[in-house]
Design a binder for this molecule. Structure first.
Ligand SMILES: Cc1cc2nc3c(=O)[nH]c(=O)nc-3n(C[C@H](O)[C@H](O)[C@H](O)COP(=O)(O)OP(=O)(O)OC[C@H]3O[C@@H](n4cnc5c(N)ncnc54)[C@H](O)[C@@H]3O)c2cc1C
Length: 376
C-alpha cells in the first residue's frame, strides 16, 4: 500500500476542505441549535457531486475512489457530524440501489439522489431491535403483486426529509430488506428532537401502516443475499462514521492548538504547561493512528479485499474511541469556555458520544473483533 495520497486525492481533499470551511464551519453551531441543516446546504453538496459519490456515472453520479470518499467524510465531520450523517445514510441507500437495484429502480432513483432531489435513509432500528438486528419486528405480508408492511423504525437519521428508506423486516419469519418510498400512503414520519449529539441530523420515527410495496422493491431475503447486503451497506456506513470521527479529532486538535496559543495562565501560554502538552501529544498521536486505520480500510475497499469489513470495524472502533478522548480533552483544555456555547468543542464532545453507539456500538465491535482475532 502506498502510504501517501495521490495528487488527485490531495486536490480532492483541498477542495473538500475549502467547501467545509465556507459552507459548514461558520454555521455548524447554528445547525446544532436549530436541529436541522438547510436545504441550500444539501443543494450545494449535490452541486459538488458529494451526494452522488457512490453512484455510477451512467446513473448521474460523480463516483470517487474509496480513499477520496473517506477524505470527504473526514472533512464533513471536521465541520459537522450532522452533515456527515447525511452523507452516511444517503450513501448507504444509494450504494444499495447501485449494487442490487434493478435497472428500472436505478433509473427511477439514482440520478435524483445524486442531484439531492431525493434523500435516502437507512431504517433498521426499532423499539425492541437495536444491536440485535435480526430481532426486527416489522412485518411484511405477501400479496398477489407485492407485500404489505407494518412496523415502526426508530432513530432514523434524516428520516424527517428522506424520500426513500431501506427498510429491514421479516416475512413469514424470514429476514428481508425492502425499498420504501416516502410518497407511499402507508408511510408517516414523526420527528425526534432533543438528542445529546448529532442534533442537526433530523431524526425521525418512520411508521409503516398497511404500506403496500411492489414485489420488485424487495432487494434481499434470508438465503438470497440478505447477509451480504446487510454487511456491505453497514460496512460503507461504518467507514463513513470512522472517517467522521477522524474529522472530529482534527477539529478538536485545531481548536486546542489555537486556544492554548492565546490563553495565558500563571504568566505563560497554556501551551507551555507540560500537562497541556501531554493532552496535545496524545491527541495528535491517536488522530494519526485513526487516520491511518481508516485510510487502510479505504484502500482495502478500493482493491476489493475481503479483509475490508473487519478492518473497517477496527478503524471505526478505534476512531470513535479516539474522537471521544480528543473531544473530552479539548473541552478540558478550554476550561469553562469549553462547556459554554461560545466554543464548538462542547458540540464535538456531544457528537463524538453518538459515534460509539451508531453503526454498531463499541461493545458490538469489540465482540466481533475479538471473535475475528481467534480465527487468525
Ligand atoms: C443519533 C443516532 C442516529 C441513528 N440513526 C439510525 C439510522 O439512521 N438508522 C437506524 O436503523 N438506526 C439508527 N440509530 C440507531 C442505532 O443504530 C442504535 O442505537 C444502535 O444500533 C444500538 O442499538 P440500541 O440503541 O437499541 O442499543 P441496544 O442494542 O439496546 O444496546 C444497549 C447497550 O447494550 C450494549 N450491548 C448490546 N448487546 C450487547 C452484547 N451482546 N454484549 C455487550 N453489550 C451489548 C450496547 O453496546 C449498548 O451499550 C441511530 C442512533 C442514534 C443515537
Amino acid at each position: 500500500m502506498d502510504m501517501d495520497l495521490t495528487p488527485q486525492q490531495k486536490d480532492a481533499r483541498a477542495a473538500y476542505h475549502a467547501f467545509v470551511d465556507q459552507h459548514i464551519v461558520p454555521h455548524a453551531d447554528r445547525f446544532d441549535l436549530e436541529e436541522r441543516i438547510p436545504t441550500e446546504l444539501i443543494s450545494a453538496m449535490a452541486k459538488e457531486g458529494y451526494l452522488g459519490a457512490v453512484v455510477p456515472e451512467a446513473f448521474g453520479g460523480s463516483p470517487i475512489d474509496m480513499i477520496s470518499y473517506g477524505l470527504l467524510a473526514e472533512e464533513l465531520g471536521r465541520g459537522s457530524s450532522s452533515v456527515n450523517a447525511l452523507l452516511t445514510v444517503h450513501s448507504m441507500c444509494s450504494f444499495a440501489i447501485a449494487r442490487w437495484g434493478t435497472t428500472e429502480q436505478k433509473e427511477r432513483w439514482l440520478s435524483r439522489m445524486a442531484q439531492g432531489q431525493m434523500i435516502g435513509a437507512f431504517a433498521l432500528t426499532e423499539v425492541h431491535a437495536g444491536s440485535d438486528a435480526k430481532s426486527v419486528e416489522t412485518e411484511a405480508v405477501p400479496t398477489a403483486d407485492g407485500y404489505v408492511l407494518n412496523g415502526r423504525k426508530r432513530w432514523i437519521t434524516f428520516g424527517q426529509i428522506a424520500n426513500l428508506f431501506l427498510v429491514f423486516g421479516k416475512c413469514e419469519g424470514q429476514l428481508m430488506i425492502f425499498f420504501v418510498e416516502r410518497s407511499n400512503p402507508g408511510v408517516s414520519v414523526v420527528p425526534i428532537s432533543g438528542m445529546l449529539g448529532s442534533r442537526a441530523s433530523m431524526l425521525g420515527e418512520v411508521r409503516l401502516e398497511n404500506c403496500h410495496i411492489a414485489k420488485e422493491d424487495v432487494i434481499a431475503r434470508a438465503g438470497f443475499g440478505f447477509a451480504s447486503v446487510l454487511a456491505s451497506v453497514l460496512d460503507i456506513g461504518r467507514y463513513t462514521v470512522a472517517c467522521n470521527c477522524v474529522g472530529i479529532g482534527q477539529a478538536c486538535l485545531d481548536a486546542s492548538l489555537a486556544y492554548t496559543s492565546t490563553r495565558k495562565q500563571f504568566g505563560v501560554l497554556l501551551k507551555e504547561h507540560q500537562l497541556i502538552q501531554q493532552m496535545i501529544a496524545n491527541m495528535l498521536t491517536n488522530l494519526n493512528a485513526a487516520r491511518l486505520l481508516t485510510q487502510r480500510a479505504g484502500y482495502l475497499k478500493e482493491i476489493n479485499d475481503p479483509r475490508m469489513i473487519m478492518e473497517t470495524m477496527i478503524a471505526k472502533y478505534f476512531a470513535s474511541t479516539m474522537a471521544n478522548k480528543a473531544a473530552n480533552d479539548a473541552v478540558q483544555i478550554h476550561g469553562a469556555n469549553g462547556v459554554s456555547s461560545d466554543y464548538p468543542v462542547q458540540r464535538f464532545l456531544r457528537d463524538a458520544r453518538i459515534q460509539e453507539i451508531i453503526e454498531g456500538s463499541s461493545q458490538i465491535q469489540q465482540m466481533t473483533i475479538a471473535k475475528y482475532s481467534y480465527q487468525q
